[in-house]
Design a protein. Structure first.
Length: 71
């Protein structure tokens, strides 16, 4: 897999800190910290693999963030 590019559109943020938060709390926090696009996905959701700088993705299970990744 290719390395994840560094984008100037991304805020400095510890994305692992979102794991365990309630979905709405995580989304609000991400937007407050400068993420332009925030999306929450159910486990197993089919998505494309294009990298979009400034986007933060959450995999949500039972209302809580289980996994978080950029792009």
């Amino acid at each position: 897999m290719a390395p994840v590019p560094h984008s100037l559109n991304e805020p400095e943020d510890d994305i692992e800190a979102y794991v365990g938060l309630a979905r709405q709390d995580a989304e609000d926090r991400a937007r407050a910290r400068g993420w332009k696009t925030v999306r929450s996905l159910a486990p197993g959701t089919v998505i494309t693999m294009e990298y979009l700088g400034g986007r933060l993705n959450f995999e949500v299970r039972d209302g809580r963030v289980h996994r978080c990744w950029k792009g």
